[in-house]
Design a protein. Structure first.
Length: 394
């Protein structure tokens, strides 16, 4: 195992009617003016924004609004939010939505508290020294941004677009309101994308060639089994409150660092590859992860055989008979079948993407460059490896 520091400062209000606690949570922040940040019209049509506005008023907090966040949140809207918040004297950011809205709010927070171009932090040119405080009303169980240190933004101001992350503890939300009932109306595809993203956040931490801890493995394996079981339930009954609750809490735990304590930081190659797909083709994040995972797993598993064997036996229920390699391969096959069963694409063609050789070379080169020329822990991947995985995923 590796030494580690664990920091998860977010105050969580979880469960039925947890939205009723929003006013007191806002009041605790002592803020005077809030930027209310959200996505499309569903939050308005459902009446959620009306409730949130009432809670802000009850807390005595003035507010301004900025909607329009899209999946793969855009740098251009982040810049708009920074300008608006500065002009209005905003001192707190409230994100109402899923990971895209939360990530956009975090990016605005970085821009407000630091000098220079906010994109520098996502390119890795500089590190932020602070972030305007963020609170969350969660409507989608997926990204785990409601408790994580992560923010992912897409630069729509450059040709080909670029999707990059900035990860610092400054951006961990102060609080998160999490009512599973707010996710009842999500389309099945979006629910499946969310479940996939949750699983991948733990799998990125699980498939490593570094040290591991037994307790961390047990938490990770239990989380993965739980999400798989409840994702299947939600296919047939989207209004299953208990299943929604299990998935929502799993999303937060999967990306708040708990399932990676004691390892070497995780693999993150699948996320890195998807970021290039998301930047170039603007695909749904969970679907992009699903489309490349099998090709990645088949490419790396022999170099990380013990972890893939344990995943097969402990998570996918494969009987530990025959060769370890055979068991590992069956685990990969069962997980691929699960993704297909919940409606996820398992190849790039199913995702609706047909990259040219030139596009594959570009994505592989950029992906490797974000890691200083290489990616991964299960197997160290260079640009040529990443290109081959993309080709295998077609």
């Amino acid at each position: 195992m590796f030494d580690f520091q664990y920091f998860a400062p977010t105050k969580v209000a979880f469960g039925r009617n947890s939205l009723q606690k929003l006013s007191s949570l806002i009041a605790e922040q002592g803020c005077k003016k809030v930027l209310l940040h959200y996505g499309g019209g569903s939050a308005e049509r459902s009446g959620l924004l009306s409730v949130v506005r009432g809670a802000l008023a009850a807390a005595g907090a003035a507010f301004v609004e900025l909607g329009g966040v899209k999946p793969n949140p855009r740098l251009s809207l982040v810049r708009e939010g920074i300008a608006l918040a500065r002009a209005e004297g905003v001192d707190f950011l409230l994100a109402v939505g899923g990971g895209s809205v939360i990530d956009s709010a975090k990016a605005i927070g970085y821009g407000l508290k630091n000098q220079g171009d906010v994109w520098d932090f996502y390119e890795g040119l500089r590190k932020p020294s602070a972030c305007m405080p963020v609170g969350v009303v969660l409507t989608i169980a997926a990204a785990g941004s409601e408790m994580s240190n992560s923010s992912v933004i897409t630069n729509d101001e450059v040709e080909g677009w670029l999707k990059r992350s900035c990860n610092t503890d400054y951006a961990r939300p102060r609080f998160a309101v999490m009512d599973p009932a707010l996710t009842f109306t999500l389309p099945p595809y979006q629910t499946a994308c969310g479940c996939t993203d949750i699983l991948m956040h733990t799998m990125e931490r699980y498939f490593t060639s570094g040290g591991n801890m037994q307790i961390t493995d047990s938490l990770a394996e239990g989380l993965m089994r739980t999400v798989i079981a409840n994702a299947k339930l939600l296919v047939s009954n989207p209004a299953d409150y208990d299943a929604r609750a299990e998935v929502m809490w799993a999303g937060a735990v999967s990306h708040n660092g708990l399932t990676g304590c004691g390892n070497n930081g995780g693999d993150w190659a699948v996320h890195g590859i998807e970021h290039e797909l998301g930047g170039l083709y603007d695909v749904a994040h969970g679907a992009g992860l699903a489309a490349v995972w099998t090709a990645w797993a088949n490419y790396v598993y022999k170099d990380c055989l013990t972890r893939f064997y344990l995943f097969a036996v402990r998570v996918m229920g494969v009987r530990p008979s025959g060769t370890r390699e055979g068991v590992a391969r069956e685990g990969i096959e069962r997980f691929t079948a699960f993704l297909a069963d919940i409606g996820m694409p398992v190849t790039l063609s199913e995702l609706g993407v047909s990259p040219s050789d030139e596009d594959i070379a570009r994505m592989a080169r950029l992906c490797a460059a974000t890691g200083g020329g290489k990616k991964g822990s299960a197997k160290i991947l260079y640009a040529a490896d990443i290109a081959q995985i993309l080709k295998n995923a077609v």
